[in-house]
Design a protein around this ligand. Structure first.
Ligand code: KG4
Ligand code: ZN
Length: 359
C-alpha cells in the first residue's frame, strides 16, 4: 500500500509518503514546515496558521514529489500513490480545512480513495514509525490490549486499545492539556512558544524537589486529569518572588519542579490505569512524549509497578505533529477494511473525539 498523507491540524504543515509491503516499511519520506511566525505572538493565531498552510502545502507537495519520484511533478507522484490521507480532526478548523480540502482535490483529480484521519489516532500510530526501514512494529506479536497516554498541546487522555484502530476513552483532561501546562508556564517565565522544549532544557540544570507544586488529581481513582490549577499555582508563586525571576538557578528550579509535578501525575495515573485494565503494552504519544523525564520516569514506574507490561515510546522525531504518523494510521485503517474507504464527501471535524462512545 502506498499512501500520500497531509497534516495541517494546527501550526505545522506536513506531508509524507509511506509505502508498506509484506509487513515492512518499504519507504518513508516526510517533510514538516513549522510556522515560526507564531513565536512573536506567544501562541498559535488560527487565521495566520491557515494562511501559512495554504502558502506552504503546495511547496511541500512539490518537494515530496521530488524526493519520491525525482521531480516536483504531481502527475508522476499520482502514479505511485494508491491512497490519499489527511487529518480531518480534531484541531483548528481553519487549519484542518486547508489540508483536508487539498487532499480531497488530489483524491478527486487522481481518482484515488481518500482517508480522513483522526489526528490523535495519528499520534498513536507514531509508535509504529520507530521501526522505519524495517519490519512493522508488533507484527506477529501480542501487543493488545494496550493503553496509550496521549499528551500534546491540546490533549491529555488515556485510550484503551482493544486492537488496531479500536479505542475506548478511559479519561481526559477536564481543563488544560499537559502541553498547555508547559506552554502557559513557559510564557509566564518569558520562555517563548512552544514552551515544552524550553522548560525541559531549563529543568536539566534545576532541582525537581526545590518547590512543591500541586499534583492535581494524582490520587483520585478516576482516569481524568486537570492541569489548570498547577499553572495558577506557578503564577502565584512567581508573583510572590518578582525579583528572583532574573536568577538563572531560580528559573531552573521552577522549571524542574513544574516538570516533576506534571510527570508525576502522568506516570501515576497511567501506571494505575494499565494495571487496572490489565494491558499488555503501554504507549506514549503526542508532543509531550518527547519529554526525556516523562520517558525515563514512565519506564521506571512500569518496570517497578507493572512488571510484565511492555513500555513503548515513539521515536522523538515523530512525537510532535507530522504527516508520517497520519500515513501510518491510514495504513492500519485501510488494512482493516475490505472495500477502500472514501471520505471525499466528509467535512473537516474540529471536535472529532477518538474512542468516546457516541449516542
Ligand atoms: O502533538 P503536538 O506537536 O501538537 C498538538 O497536537 O498539540 O504537541 C505540541 C506540544 C506543545 O505543548 C509543546 O510544548 C509540547 O508538545 N512539547 C514538549 C516537549 N516537546 C514538545 N513538552 C515537554 N517536553 C518536551 N520535550
Ligand atoms: Zn498533535
Amino acid at each position: 500500500m502506498r499512501i500520500l498523507a497531509l497534516e495541517t491540524s494546527c501550526d505545522d504543515s506536513a506531508v509524507a509518503y509511506l509505502e508498506v509491503a509484506r509487513g515492512h516499511i518499504a519507504r518513508l519520506e516526510y517533510l514538516t514546515a513549522t510556522q515560526e511566525i507564531h513565536k512573536k505572538y506567544g501562541g498559535v493565531v488560527p487565521e495566520v496558521a491557515a494562511r501559512e498552510h495554504a502558502a506552504t502545502v503546495p511547496t511541500l507537495l512539490r518537494a515530496l514529489a521530488d524526493k519520491v519520484v525525482g521531480a516536483p511533478d504531481g502527475k508522476a507522484l499520482s502514479r505511485v500513490v494508491d491512497r490519499v490521507a489527511a487529518t480531518r480532526g480534531p484541531g483548528l478548523v481553519t487549519s484542518l480545512r486547508v489540508g483536508f480540502e487539498a487532499a480531497k482535490t488530489l483524491a478527486l483529480a487522481w481518482n484515488k480513495p481518500l482517508l480522513g484521519i483522526n489526528h490523535i489516532e495519528g499520534h498513536v500510530y507514531s509508535n509504529w514509525l520507530s521501526a522505519s526501514g524495517g519490519k512493522l512494529f508488533g507484527e506477529g506479536e501480542k501487543i493488545f490490549p494496550a493503553l496509550v497516554l496521549v499528551v500534546s498541546g491540546g490533549h491529555t487522555e488515556l485510550l484503551y486499545m482493544k486492537s488496531h484502530c479500536q479505542y475506548r476513552l478511559l479519561g481526559a483532561t477536564r481543563d488544560d492539556a499537559a502541553g498547555e501546562a508547559f506552554d502557559k508556564t513557559a510564557k509566564l517565565m518569558g520562555l517563548g512558544y512552544p514552551g515544552g522544549p524550553a522548560i525541559a532544557k531549563l529543568a536539566e540544570q534545576g532541582n525537581p524537589l526545590a518547590h512543591d507544586f500541586p499534583r492535581p488529581m494524582r490520587n483520585d481513582p478516576h482516569n481524568d486529569f486537570s492541569f489548570a490549577g498547577l499553572k495558577t499555582a506557578v503564577r502565584y508563586f512567581l508573583a510572590a518572588h518578582p525579583d528572583s525571576l532574573a536568577d538563572e538557578a531560580f528559573r531552573a528550579d521552577v522549571a524542574a519542579s513544574l516538570q516533576a509535578a506534571i510527570v508525576d501525575v502522568l506516570v501515576d495515573k497511567t501506571v494505575r490505569a494499565a494495571v487496572g485494565a490489565k494491558v499488555k503494552t503501554v504507549f506514549l504519544a503526542g508532543g509531550v512524549a518527547a519529554n526525556a523525564s516523562l520517558r525515563k520516569e514512565m519506564a521506571r514506574a512500569i518496570k517497578e509497578r507493572a512488571p510484565g507490561v511492555r513500555f513503548v515510546e515513539p521515536s522523538r522525531t515523530f512525537c510532535t505533529d507530522n504527516a508520517a504518523m497520519i500515513a501510518m494510521a491510514a495504513y492500519f485503517r485501510a488494512k482493516g477494511i475490505r472495500l477502500p474507504q472514501n471520505d471525499i464527501l466528509l467535512e473537516a471535524d474540529p471536535g472529532w473525539e477518538l474512542g468516546r462512545p457516541t449516542l
